[in-house]
Design a protein around this ligand. Structure first.
Ligand code: BGC
Length: 949
């Protein structure tokens, strides 16, 4: 076994080039394949690399010391446009040593001034998508050491070197509040420039601009105007460094030429138009222009790249006579359409998420045209949109008579994050649900965590981002992605006195609401919990505080905060039932106060962690006072809740609101059962629903909710063919009809937050909250007969965890766990009974098993790094045996049981709702109707019920 050190990151970036490394860089690595179990000492060495000579000078050496592999900050003074090489060496408790491969990080322009100036095209025609060009002749007498392009734009840019796209990113320089800051993107163009120099040729740098988030209509502006608006502008700087130490710096200025591209229209919502028949116009000199308001800062955005290429699944000729491509998967991004059509042919592409009566449909995109218009000049071409993206599964293509499915390919775009989690169950529907949640994330992680990728929103809705964050952190390495979002959030808060606008960047939305604005405390806290890196808390601390202070100030005089507009339990079903009843049945003011308590508590915990004692005491007091207020206002002195909804009980339990938690537990389960074990929750209740019932000892209820196939529930969507998560529980009616057009997306990730529970509880991979960063896990899986088996792999910040369980038969369970280096786990074996094992009923044929050896009488054991497995006989059957002795509502929650009852005793289904918590036999006894014939009938029903698997 050779120790390996991998996963090396700086500020959660993998070998970053030109990314912003503020202040002290934070290093992270993962040790595996070690003989030892934990690191005793580690050592980071950082050297600066001279760009011209490649010579290295050591700039930091921590020496052998105790470093935290989750987040080790090293003080080092950084220079702009400079590459730093670093390694980390680790010594373990057995004395073995290992060293990582060399990693790098290269700074961007940092604070240095610009040689390049802001330029624009002289022609200010709105439709003009200019291409700026500059001829560049590298010095042929010298050897090129490196070439870098630093670039930003008001609008979007796409850069080419001699016709070849530079880099693989799309939608650069991304989505920010352009009035506050704009990202500078660095591209390594050494290969391109060297090739040109070697060929003795002239290079041409050409950069095309589109509208994007800056110039295009975006957000809720009533007049459909762009939010920023200032014309398309470019700034760029090419640095060619030669091995003799000399440098050419070519910046944008009036010597650049501007021509018209074939693109005549673009924006994020409406798509793009391209006309290849436009006559060439003479190049004009670019003009110098005023800088946009925002500050130029090195990038924080992860690259948005093509992450999947999906072929067309089928080509459909719809009843309405349309030609429609079906990709088989709802997703977001751009596409490639291969065309070879006569000059003058006009093609029109539109996208949609679902079909209606077999025909193309896109009314739920509201005002977003989401289209592409193309006029051909007769040349064969691959059309690829440049300055827009689409959320879609179906593509209607007009104007191309002989279209073949292979002519169309979807290019799925999203921010480039490593996949960290994979989870599979022995149940195809649940696997599809997990995949839908995964696609929900993919489609809504295009630089900003968006609500949806298709209609005229696609904005960074804070509430959606917050409820999905735990799932996203299981699915992928999202720390850097959220760091950029939180920087955007802090930027908005600074401009708004601590207020967190509902969407970030705000695009003119200047309202805020509870649970949505609390994203500013909850997301960084969640990031810390999942990764053990508290640097985000240090960076974001002032914004977290500012938000709680803002809320407190609003609340101060007469509950001002509680009484303002809030989204409440958004889209919950207990608000009255009508499709436009979006607020749910849980008092919004109550939710507002509960989130105030939650955020105050987080700020207290953060302050305590960061050693800010005074703050900690102040926010604890605020939390305590808020709890007192909530109890006074919303609970009776004996602990009864005056709000009688599923979500209210979930919140009461989660935040310890009632003095009588047992009553809250009872009420929650009773309410759910009364509702046929079906949820009524919205954005607030749903993400904590399965965990809520599990944590009070009712995992079977979590499974009933999960497996419910009728409306409302996760599998209802899966059964209707969903390939992503829907915005509403009934986005589509059971007959396939779209329920409404106003607010109805088929790709909203919020309810995909169930995936975190599937990792945590169903698969059993639950981090110990007292040890952030997955250094310690409580592995307490919840085997379920319908799930059959679970296999999870999680590349956590601390290392790779693997969990597995499989039901071999009604009483036999196979369990396995792999604990990474430096980590430990508490294992709770379900249905374990030492007596059963001692009686020799366990599978002792297996090799001696450390897990088997160390199990306490309670079925719990503590294990360190290593691989463990055990197969044992459980004391309880692993299958739920249905019978007429269980409460009727539990029976009715099972579709199979319901079907049996409908067939064998349809009169039972007439039982008034209030009796449904009684068993059939008890009910019969109460009604004094138990006779032998009836008993026999019950026995026959039991015989049928017990066969349900
Ligand atoms: C968005 C949501 C968002 C909500 C605010 C909607 O239009 O799509 O997901 O959170 O508004 O309640």
């Amino acid at each position: 076994m050779m120790m390996k050190i991998t996963g090396c990151q700086v500020n959660h970036f993998n070998n970053p080039l030109g990314f912003r490394i503020d202040g002290t860089p934070v290093f992270h690595w993962i040790v595996s394949d070690a003989a030892g179990t934990r690191a005793t000492l580690s050592r980071i060495v950082i050297s600066r690399e001279d760009t011209a000579s490649g010579e290295r000078t050591e700039v930091a050496d921590t020496g052998w010391t105790e470093l935290d592999s989750l987040a080790a900050s090293v003080n080092v003074a950084l220079a702009p446009r400079t590459r730093y090489i670093w390694t980390v060496a680790v010594r373990t408790d057995t004395g073995e040593e290992g060293i990582s491969a060399e990693n790098f990080f290269e700074t961007g322009k940092m604070e240095e001034g610009w040689v390049g100036r802001w330029i624009a095209a002289a022609d200010e025609d709105e439709g003009l998508h200019p291409v700026f060009t500059k001829k560049i002749i590298p010095d042929r007498e010298k050897e090129i050491a490196a070439a870098r392009l630093y670039i930003s734009a008001a609008g979007l840019y796409e850069a080419h070197w001699n016709g070849e796209k530079i880099g693989d990113e799309y939608l650069t320089p991304y989505c920010t509040n352009y009035n506050a800051w704009m990202e500078v993107i660095s591209h390594d163009v050494t290969r391109e420039v060297r090739q040109t120099a070697a060929a003795g040729a002239t290079g041409e740098l050409s950069i095309c601009l589109g509208n994007g988030w800056y110039n295009g209509r975006f957000g809720f502006n009533p007049d459909q105007r762009p939010h920023f608006e200032g014309g398309k502008k470019l700034i760029a700087e090419l640095h060619i460094t030669y091995t003799d130490g000399s440098e050419n710096v070519i910046g944008t200025d009036e010597s650049w030429l501007a021509t018209r591209s074939a693109i005549t229209f673009s924006n994020i919502y409406d798509g793009e138009h391209r006309d290849d028949t436009l006559p060439k116009t003479p190049a004009q000199k670019a003009v110098l222009t005023g800088a946009p308001k925002g500050e130029l800062l090195d990038r924080l955005s992860l690259p948005v790249v093509v992450k999947h290429v999906l072929p067309a699944k089928k080509l459909i000729h719809t009843p309405a006579g349309e030609t429609v491509i079906d990709l088989g998967q709802n997703q977001a991004g751009i596409w490639k359409l291969h065309l070879h059509v006569p000059a003058g042919t006009k093609a029109h592409v539109q996208v949609g998420e679902v079909l209606q009566e077999g025909n193309f449909y896109h009314d739920n995109l509201r005002s977003a045209k989401a289209e592409y218009w193309y006029t051909s000049d007769g040349r064969e071409t691959d059309l690829i949109p440049h300055f827009t993206f689409y959320g879609y599964r179906y593509v209607k293509i007009e104007g191309i008579p002989d279209l073949r499915p292979e002519d169309f390919t979807a290019l799925v775009l999203y921010s480039d994050m490593d996949q960290t989690g994979s989870l599979t169950f022995g149940n195809e529907k649940i696997n599809r649900l997990l995949l839908n949640a995964e696609w929900g994330k993919r489609s809504n992680f295009i630089d900003v965590p968006t609500d949806c990728p298709q209609r005229d929103e696609r904005m960074g809705w804070t509430g959606d981002a917050e409820v999905f964050a735990p799932t996203a952190l299981y699915q992928s390495d999202a720390y850097a992605f959220y760091t950029k979002y939180l920087f955007d959030m802090a930027t908005e808060q600074k401009e708004n006195g601590g207020m967190v606008p509902d969407v970030v960047p705000d695009f003119g939305v200047h309202s805020c609401a509870c649970a949505w604005g609390d994203a500013t405390t909850i997301i960084p806290w969640t990031m810390y919990q999942y990764t053990g890196d508290k640097s985000i808390l240090e960076k974001h601390y002032e914004s977290m505080k500012a938000w709680v202070d803002y809320v407190e100030k609003r609340d101060e005089d007469q509950w001002g905060w509680r009484d303002q507009f809030h989204y409440g339990d958004w889209l919950a079903l207990d608000g009255g039932g009508a499709i436009d009843e979006v607020l749910g049945g849980t008092d919004e003011g109550f939710i507002a106060e509960v989130y105030k308590l939650y955020s105050a508590q987080i700020v207290h915990d953060t302050a305590a962690l960061l050693g800010r004692e005074n703050d900690a005491a102040g926010y604890q007091e605020l939390a305590d006072n808020t709890l007192t207020q909530i109890r006074r206002e919303y609970f009776s002195p004996t602990g009864r809740s005056c709000i009688d909804t599923q979500t209210a009980y979930l919140l009461a339990l989660r935040f310890g609101l009632s003095v009588d938690p047992d009553r809250m537990k009872e009420r929650l389960i009773w309410k759910l059962k009364k509702n046929g074990s079906k949820l009524q929750t919205g954005f607030i209740g749903t993400p904590i629903l399965a965990e809520g019932v599990t944590s009070i000892g009712h995992p079977e209820m979590a499974y009933d909710l999960l497996f419910n196939e009728e409306f409302p529930g996760w599998l209802y969507e899966v059964n209707l063919g969903a390939t992503t998560i829907w915005e509403r529980w009934n986005s589509m009616e059971a007959d396939g009809k779209v329920s409404s057009t106003g607010m109805n997306s088929f790709n909203h990730y919020a309810y995909g937050s169930i995936a975190a529970w599937l990792y945590e509880r169903a698969a059993g991979l639950r981090r110990d909250p007292s040890v952030p960063g997955f250094r310690k896990v409580e592995f307490a899986p919840l085997p379920n007969w319908k799930l059959k088996s679970a296999a999870a792999t999680y590349q956590s910040a601390a290392g790779v965890w693997k969990t597995h369980w499989k039901i071999l038969d009604e009483h036999t369970l196979e369990i396995a766990l792999s604990v990474p280096f430096g980590c430990s786990a508490v294992v709770v074996l379900p249905g374990f009974d030492r007596a059963t094992l001692a009686a020799g009923e366990a599978n002792e044929a297996e090799a001696p098993n450390p897990l088997f050896d160390s199990i306490g009488a309670d079925g719990r054991c503590h294990v360190g790094p290593g691989e463990y497995s055990i197969t044992y006989r459980t004391c309880e059957p692993l299958r739920r045996i249905y019978s007429t002795r269980m409460p009727l509502n539990e029976l009715l929650a099972s579709q199979e049981a319901k079907a049996i009852l409908m067939k064998m005793a349809p009169q039972i289904l007439q039982v008034p709702k209030q009796y449904e918590n009684m068993s059939l036999r008890d009910l019969a006894a109460v009604m004094n109707s138990t006779g032998t014939a009836e008993e026999e009938q019950f026995d026959r029903i039991d015989d049928a019920l017990k066969n349900i698997i």
